[in-house]
Design a binder for this molecule. Structure first.
Ligand SMILES: [Zn+2]
Length: 138
């Protein structure tokens, strides 16, 4: 829904008169290129590029397509439907991978005793305590 609204909005702004403020803002850049502290790292056009790529719309040629309102609406409909299908498929795959892990974790044996840790971070923590217990310097 957000993607669709964003694409509709840029198409609309692209078609309005050049002297209108939203269009001036959309196509302008800061003269210094300087970003204030706390200002977003991404500009509007950066996130638009990402949206266009995600929807498989030509990043360079989108504005030509947007000139024709009905063609643009068709393209948005088609692109967002596909985007949503891919998003759902990806989410389902991610859920399947999470629920059915295929790889077993690599065991991490302690160098000082017979303990085997399942995670490296656990081994680091264990070895710190184990070294002290066995009287070796940390
Ligand atoms: Zn140990």
């Amino acid at each position: 829904m957000i993607v669709k609204s964003r694409l509709r909005w840029v198409g609309h702004v692209h078609r309005i008169d050049d002297h209108r403020l939203p269009k001036i803002v959309m196509y302008s850049e800061l003269s210094s290129g300087y970003r204030e502290k706390g200002a977003p790292r991404k500009r509007y056009k950066d996130s638009l590029k990402r949206t266009l790529s995600a929807c498989d719309i030509d990043v360079q040629g989108w504005s030509d397509l947007a000139t024709d309102r009905s063609a643009w609406r068709c393209r948005i409909q088609e692109a967002t439907t596909k985007f949503e299908e891919e998003r759902i498929t990806a989410a389902n795959n991610k859920r399947l991978r999470r629920d059915n892990p295929t790889q077993t974790p690599t065991p991490h044996p302690c160098r000082h005793c017979s303990r085997i840790c399942r995670a490296r971070i656990g081994l680091i923590s264990h070895e710190r305590a184990c070294r002290q217990r066995h009287g070796q310097p940390p």
